[in-house]
Design a binder for this molecule. Structure first.
Ligand SMILES: Cc1cc2nc3c(=O)[nH]c(=O)nc-3n(C[C@H](O)[C@H](O)[C@H](O)COP(=O)(O)OP(=O)(O)OC[C@H]3O[C@@H](n4cnc5c(N)ncnc54)[C@H](O)[C@@H]3O)c2cc1C
Length: 1019
């Protein structure tokens, strides 16, 4: 028999390139990860720009961050990465071959504009006579046949709509050719086919928004004031058709009463969509909140069935919207909408909680449309799909499609939100890398920047760019006057404004002006440095200037957003901030970056499903791993779960997972070991572990994955522990699996939801308990169809395809009784069994008494108490509930802010096994991006110490949060480890001798900034 290694040798080496189909947030994330992991990427999108639906959204829940503001830098990164080729207006025709060696035939439709030549100036659009509806504004406004799809589009070039272009349809016009100075119009372009050779394919085609006109009862496309949620996103957007004014389409009047109808095209078998679209409850809440932000007087009402606020921090977001921010929630299904002829107001007819039919008038109705399966999964990629046409995946391998070598992520697989999409995209990139890692780097082009110009002897020549951010800044700050003001400040040789300074074409323009005006300092006045500083620094570096000669003024968050009601004062403040930034920029100096070695080995803390998967994924990419588990055996909480929501055998899965881990030579498992200490930094960590006998082992590794899991809430309520007929869902699962006969013939089996969840001490939803309850209720009905099974709940949160189980449970006769928060059921031990009393909210609070044989508590998930000690060792934060806090909820969902440390599974938040498996693969991919590099580049902004001045007091040593400072006995002074230093400045602030200095934040730079602010105040 040939060994695995021999077999590998006889096979052709895999191709070190990947095709990513779909350029939404999922496809963008997957492409960036793959390029970082060392692969050539073809990023293909059927539309004229990447960005997907996220590019159309105004803000995102639950942080209410501007959606485009967080996506745009990533879009620019994709466009400027030499190892990613963006191919728009393209479709996959066929995929032949096998993993490692695919041939993908694609069709590229003509754009009729040369993207290399087009500058996106807009002259052609101004002269184009053919009007079409603007797809970017969801059809709410008109644009021209030739246009740049949206200001931050990538590529940032114009595109011609062949159906409406007069030249293409009638041979007339040609205005665009006449006005285009760049000679970019090319009507000779033809549709072409290309053959791409790749080792793997990642499908990220997202979803299709549900066509609301199919629900005729709501009058979409019939009544002008009935719109979809996607259209409402555009209305709310500052760069949308109404510039963010919440007005009615029929008459442009401000909206007073706003209604959202939930589940339009979701949870609805009449339109073939039995599943829940997972995101609509939260996005409606977000839209209601933003509408209130824009128009305080607006009264939003959300008509819903169950409030599915199941993700991390969603429950708090929903509670705050309802209790503090005036969003009204009405539980009731709207059966129809009628228009009142005179005012075009809309009458909503709905069943209220007491079962009475009601009518209420609103002036705008938003239909919260669901997410449908995308096209191209079956025909183009040859993938199997499920009954709803989404890509079919198995529970324990959630990003592997039915075809080996083709991975699937994001909403194409099941409706999901942005963080879950980003997580899965990262996971897919990591799994693609597993099959291709032998060819890592073989097709890479080195990112070439021009050599850095030494500007140390030059007089400062500052370029100041003021961004309008559409109307985000431009609508409130007088940008032109800020530019004029900046242009007269000392050292400024160039000042101009841009509509979007972060767009791709703006980066090219910045490079040109740096060159043309011989700039040696750059100031951008726009939004937050948190998301945009890396982009502008990179642009400056690509123009041949040291990236630390850049300064940013945040005139959006600090001016236009907070002072929207006082535009004059917002403008004045913007000028101060720009002056301060320019004064600092004049004094900036070039800073070098360092490099440190990488120990190419990972450490995974926690041997549950997430930890074991993370370790296996790293090992699969050829990287050795330590896996440390505090328990005597691997498996974690999953040892208590028998079947998942799809009926798959969790114990069988766990057994083969443990076997694989134990067989894998690259994984060294340490059971019964606790982490005692962690030191070091990205690329070079040292972790001390200890066994119960006190024996210590020191592990050296380059990255850490935290997979320490969570716990189960231990109930004291509902007579648990007092009567053995009160059990938890896990105990019920044991009975169902081990002694099914013991549940036969029991009558009045009552499940109680939200035990230990969604309450004051734990104000979050545990996400898995509703699915677990309906799954077990169905199992009970299967074993004993005659048993009466009750589920007492507040909301049933069976998101995604889990909704099928809920429907099946209702059809099987499981009785669902809803109770209100604060009106929890009561359980008492009665002479003949257990007596359960519940105030049925659907019967107006009438008390229902159930004589029960068995009460099953759906207990929630709690944070692992060990996290309290682990967090300071790793220097990573936890949230108020004790779960670990990721670096950025949307874009870095598995990263910690501390470099080289990643998180997955229940350690992050409550989630299902399949979600933990995805997150584990994502965390492994992120760790692989560290471990696969020979060197790590370290920051230029770090502290330095003048040993002559250092008194050796060591105050800085004790206060440094990153343990980056040590006392050197020999030198009698402290020294800073540049790899550990994060440039926080704590040491500089406490150093009484003035020996500690933070590069880029010298005292003279700060004092001049203060001086600038003070003098500007007097102007
Ligand atoms: C009204 C509304 C509001 C929302 N608000 C939020 C929110 O606030 N927060 C949040 O987390 N989520 C929100 N969502 C969900 C969010 O839109 C998705 O989670 C996210 O966009 C999914 O990203 P994706 O990359 O998987 O898909 P998409 O964004 O749909 O991107 C898919 C891309 O693939 C391309 N494509 C499609 N088919 C093909 C093909 N055959 N070949 C090539 N390319 C193809 C498309 O052109 C598109 O560019 C909202 C959804 C809606 C409808």
């Amino acid at each position: 028999m040939t060994s695995k290694a021999e077999k590998r040798q006889t096979l052709k080496a895999p191709i070190g390139a990947v095709l990513v189909m779909g350029g939404g947030v999922g496809g963008i994330q997957a492409s960036l990860e793959l390029a970082d992991l060392g692969y050539k990427v073809y990023l293909l999108d059927s539309s004229p720009s990447v960005g997907g639906v996220m590019g159309m959204l105004d803000k995102t829940f639950p942080t209410n961050e501007c959606s485009m503001c967080i996506l745009s830098p990533k879009m620019v990164e994709v466009a400027s990465n030499q190892n990613i080729e963006v191919i728009t207006l393209a479709d996959v025709l066929s995929v032949e071959g096998e993993v490692g060696n695919f041939e993908v035939k694609i069709r590229v439709r003509p754009r009729y504009v040369d993207t290399e030549k087009c500058t996106g100036c807009g002259d052609c659009t101004a002269k184009c006579p053919a009007k079409i509806t603007d797809a970017y504004n969801a059809g709410l406004s008109m644009t021209r046949s030739i246009r740049v799809p949206f200001p931050q589009a990538v590529p940032g070039a114009a595109v011609i709509d062949p159906e409406s272009c007069r030249f293409l349809t009638k041979g007339k016009c040609g205005n665009c050719i006449k006005v285009c100075q760049a000679k970019a119009i090319d009507f000779e372009q033809k549709e072409e086919e290309r053959l791409l050779k790749v080792g793997a394919v990642i499908a990220a085609p997202g979803y299709k928004p549900f066509d609301a006109s199919r629900k005729t009862e709501y009058g979409y496309k019939v009544y002008r004031n009935v719109i979809t949620s996607l259209e409402f996103e555009r209305i709310l957007a500052a760069n949308g058709p109404t510039l963010g004014r919440v007005v009615r389409p029929s008459d442009g009047e401000e909206v007073k009463k706003l209604a959202f109808i939930q589940c339009v095209g979701s949870r609805d078998t009449t339109v073939g969509n039995g599943y829940c679209s997972s995101v609509c409850c939260m996005y409606a809440t977000k839209q209601a909140l933003i509408a209130k932000e824009h128009l305080r007087s607006i009264e939003p009402t959300i008509f819903f069935i169950d409030m599915r606020a199941y993700g991390k921090d969603f429950e708090k977001y929903y509670n705050s919207a309802e209790a503090k921010q005036g969003v009204r929630y009405v539980r009731g299904l709207v059966s129809g909408v009628r228009e009142k002829q005179r005012h075009k107001n809309l009458l909503l007819r709905y069943l209220d909680e007491a079962g009475s039919v009601r009518e209420e008038e609103f002036d705008l109705v938003v239909l919260s449309i669901g997410l449908e399966a995308p096209c191209g999964l079956e025909e183009g990629l040859g993938l199997e799909t499920n009954q709803y046409n989404f890509a079919r995946v198995d529970s324990f391998t959630p990003v592997l499609s039915s075809r080996e070598g083709v991975l699937v992520c994001g909403a194409a697989q099941e409706p999901k939100d942005i963080p879950d999409t980003v997580t899965q995209a990262t996971a897919a990139a990591g799994l693609a890398s597993q099959s291709l890692h032998e060819s890592r780097g073989t097709l890479l082009t080195k990112q070439d920047h021009p050599p850095e110009r030494d500007v140390s002897g030059e007089e400062p020549r500052v370029g100041a760019i003021v961004c309008r951010c559409g109307s985000n800044i431009g609508g409130f700050v007088d940008v032109s006057s800020v530019v004029e003001y900046a242009s007269k400040l000392p050292g400024v040789v160039f000042a101009e404004e841009r509509i979007y300074a972060c767009s791709q074409d703006a980066q090219e323009w910045i490079r040109q002006v740096v060159d043309e005006y011989k700039l040696n300092r750059l100031v951008v006045a726009s939004c937050t440095p948190r998301t945009h500083q890396p982009l502008f620094r990179e642009t400056l570096r690509s123009a041949g200037i040291n990236k630390y000669l850049f300064e940013m003024a945040n005139i959006r968050e600090h001016c236009s957003w907070v002072h929207m009601q006082e535009p004059e004062r917002a403008t004045r403040k913007a000028k101060y901030l720009v002056k301060m930034a320019i004064e600092k920029a004049r004094r900036l100096e070039q800073l070098p970056e360092g490099e440190s070695d990488v120990t190419p080995r990972g450490l995974v803390i926690g041997g549950g499903v997430a930890g074991m998967n993370a370790a296996l994924n790293l090992a699969g990419s050829g990287l050795p791993v330590y896996l440390v588990e505090k328990d005597g055996k691997l498996g974690g909480l999953a040892r208590n779960i028998r079947f998942n929501s799809r009926g798959d055998d969790v114990q069988a899965y766990l057994r083969q997972l443990i076997e694989k881990v134990e067989r894998e030579e690259l994984i060294t498992v340490f059971t019964s070991q606790m982490v005692k200490d962690v030191s070091g930094f990205i690329g070079q960590f040292k972790t001390l572990i200890e066994d119960p006998e006190g024996r210590e082992t020191l592990l050296e590794h380059g990255a850490i994955i935290v997979a320490t899991g969570g716990g189960q809430y231990q109930p004291e309520e509902y007579c648990y522990g007092q009567d053995e007929r009160v059990i938890t869902q896990w105990q019920l699962e044991d009975l169902l699996a081990g002694e099914p006969d013991s549940v036969k013939g029991r009558h009045g089996i009552v499940m109680i939801q939200c035990v230990g969840s969604r309450e004051e001490a734990r104000p979050y939803c545990s996400k898995v308990c509703c699915t677990e309850a309906v799954k077990n209720a169905l199992a009970l009905k299967e074993i004993s169809p005659e048993s009466e099974v009750y589920v007492l709940y507040r909301d049933i949160r069976t998101y995604g395809f889990r909704e099928d189980l809920y429907r099946e449970a209702r059809e099987a006769g499981v009785i669902f009784v809803r109770f209100e928060d604060g009106r929890q059921p009561r359980v008492a031990v009665a002479p003949r069994g257990l007596r359960v009393e519940v105030e049925d909210a659907n019967l107006g609070g009438e008390t229902v008494v159930i004589e029960s044989d068995l009460v099953v508590l759906s207990t929630g998930i709690t944070a692992n108490p060990d996290n309290r000690e682990l967090a300071p060792m790793l220097k990573v934060p936890r949230n108020a509930e004790g779960f670990f806090l990721e670096a950025h909820m949307k874009l870095r969902p598995v990263d910690f802010a501390t470099d080289g440390i990643f998180v997955c599974g229940l350690a992050h938040a409550p989630k299902s096994i399949e979600e933990s498996v995805s997150q584990a693969a994502a965390a492994a991919a992120r760790a692989e991006s560290v471990l696969s590099k020979k060197k790590i580049v370290t920051e230029g902004i770090i502290a330095t110490v003048d040993s002559e001045l250092c008194s050796g007091c060591r105050l800085c040593v004790s206060l440094c949060p990153f343990e980056a400072i040590n006392y050197d006995e020999h030198a009698k002074a402290v020294v800073v480890n540049s790899s550990l230093c994060k440039g926080c400045g704590t040491c500089t602030a406490v150093c009484t001798a003035g020996a500690s200095r933070l590069q880029g934040f010298r005292s003279d730079q700060i004092f001049e900034q203060i001086e600038a602010a003070a003098s500007a105040w007097k102007e």
